[in-house]
Design a binder for this molecule. Structure first.
Ligand code: PLP
Length: 512
């Protein structure tokens, strides 16, 4: 493709993207394809000779879009919000064009320096303690990672390294292979699956601790677990606390659990690294009215938020802040000569702050978005989503047949039919078969419920009422056909239960 064609198709693509996003309501939110649909339609081999890009363009609607789930449709209510805005897309375009691999400051100074500046901007917007900032008093700072899962894994490795070093210093005869099997980390029973996965990858134990009636991890529970594990000869070293859990958006009690990680306990100081996973809810801390949930953050070593979830940035952009970056830089430094440069030490060389070597220029999209929306624009967006969730909650409660299963605090509403698990499960099947909106279920303490997340930037009150009407109609159908159905045994369904295939073609009505 030459520059002229690039200009031509670039403009065409920008128009296509704007049309796609502006008219996304008109598309069926979930695909209707079955596994292997694309293999049947595309050739087995790459084309031998160049094809006209006009032909490629045509195939987007023909082959790709039928297999797309439209996460930015106002009728997509699954999982959590996924960010996307025009400035963010433009940021990725420029990043792709520059195409630098910013593993060190010298590899492309702007790539590193803009990341330092924008992660500080963001940290200040979220009112993080200044030890987490590059401009703070110590050697803390923020770094852009791909995902919150990657951050948890990295923090667990750093914490593992820190405790192993400490024990080896105090007991020169002890060998690493004798320490590792004794290490134990903790998380709440509501923690994201990525926390358990980090422990598996890091080859350490991870104990799930029972949360209280508000699904919050409390101090006494942590204290008892530490005591029990120490008596069993284990070495507690890591805690992943959650602010905004995946299932219900619950918050661990940092003010209780934080001091325990640092406290003098059994006569010796604990060395438990507290990492806070605020992948979704962390973005809400841009609004002062939500900051009471982060009380106790000062006890954390690391904190992570996904602007690619709830802060208008398209995937991938997850920010991790650390108070003492030397736990990463010194621990995992394997510098060969070709990666060194004369300005080392004056600015971060971000390759030391992450798992891969290469890194994209992702701060561009954060910079573009923050400048285009301003702090006030981001606050307005967060507040609008929270308000829409409240509107939906009211519709659900006013109906009388539903109940809210956990407090609605941000942009997520958890609810079910009062008639219980089985009928709520049938309701979800009916909703998915209908196909006009998309939701996922969750199961918590044997209560099966549905999650309605406000996801898209463009969602309006009218959209929320539409989604409620769909749910109401489906509930009418389920309850009508259930007769004097009695609640049976609790069902056990995985949170990732995917869309059930309709038994007959759904009648899709588009809104408006
Ligand atoms: N933590 C929480 C609380 C989440 O809700 C999620 C995903 O929804 C994750 C972590 C994983 O996020 P990521 O895909 O960025 O790894």
């Amino acid at each position: 493709m030459n520059a002229e064609d690039f200009r031509k198709y670039g403009r065409k693509m920008v128009d296509y993207i704007a049309d796609y996003l502006e008219n996304i309501r008109e598309r069926e939110v979930v695909h209707k394809v079955t596994p292997g649909y694309l293999k049947k339609r595309l050739p087995d081999e790459a084309p031998e000779n160049p094809e006209d890009f006009e032909e490629v363009f045509k195939d987007i609607e023909k082959f790709i879009m039928p297999g797309v789930t439209h996460w930015h449709s106002p009728y997509f209510h699954g999982y959590f919000a996924a960010g996307n805005t025009y400035p963010s897309i433009l940021g990725d375009m420029l990043s792709d064009a520059i195409g630098c691999i910013g593993f060190s400051w010298a590899a492309s100074p702007a790539c590193t320096e803009l990341e330092v500046i924008t992660t500080d901007w963001l940290g200040k917007m979220l009112a993080l303690p200044e030890e987490f900032l590059h401009c703070g008093p110590g050697n803390g700072g923020g770094v852009i990672q791909s995902t919150a899962s990657e951050t948890t894994f990295l923090c667990l490795l750093a914490a593992r390294n820190k405790i192993v070093d400490k024990i080896k210093k105090e007991n020169p005869d002890i060998r690493e292979k004798d320490i590792l099997p004794r290490l134990v980390g903790y998380c709440t029973d509501q923690g994201n699956s990525s926390v358990h996965r980090s422990a598996l990858l890091g080859a350490v134990k991870m104990h799930k601790l029972e949360s209280d009636e508000n699904l919050s991890l409390r101090g006494d529970t942590l204290k008892e677990a530490i005591e029990r594990d120490k008596n069993d000869g284990l070495i507690p070293f890591f805690l992943c606390a959650s602010l905004g859990t995946t299932g219900t958006c619950a918050f661990d009690n940092l003010e209780e659990i934080g001091p325990i990680c640092k406290a003098s306990f059994y006569g010796e100081a604990e060395h438990i690294w507290m990492h806070i996973d605020a992948a979704y809810a962390g973005s809400a801390f841009v609004c002062p009215e939500y900051r009471h949930y982060m009380k106790g953050i000062q006890y954390a070593e690391t904190f992570s938020v996904n602007p690619h979830k709830w802060m208008l940035i398209n995937f991938d952009l997850s920010v991790m802040w650390i108070k003492n970056s030397s736990y990463l830089v010194d621990a995992f430094n394997v510098d060969p000569i070709y990666l060194r440069h004369t300005n080392e030490g004056k600015v971060p060389d971000y390759r030391h702050w992450q798992i891969p070597l290469g890194r994209r220029f992702r701060s561009l999209k954060l910079w573009f978005m923050l400048r285009s929306y301003g702090v006030s624009g981001v606050q307005k967006y967060i507040r609008k989503h929270c308000q829409l969730a409240k509107e939906f909650e009211k519709l659900i409660l006013d109906d009388g047949r539903f109940e809210i299963t956990s407090k609605t605090v941000m942009g997520l509403v958890c609810f079910r039919l009062k008639k219980g698990n089985k009928l709520t499960e049938l309701l979800l099947s009916e909703i998915l078969e209908d196909g006009r909106i998309y939701m996922i279920p969750a199961l918590c303490r044997d209560v099966y419920f549905l999650r309605l997340a406000v996801v898209a930037e463009r969602t309006t009150s009218e959209d929320i009422r539409f989604s409620f009407e769909v749910i109401k109609t489906c509930a009418d159908k389920v309850l009508r056909s259930s007769g004097d159905f009695k609640e049976d045994e609790p069902v056990f369904v995985d949170i990732d239960l995917s869309r059930k295939k309709p038994t007959q073609p759904s009648k899709i009505k588009t809104h408006k």
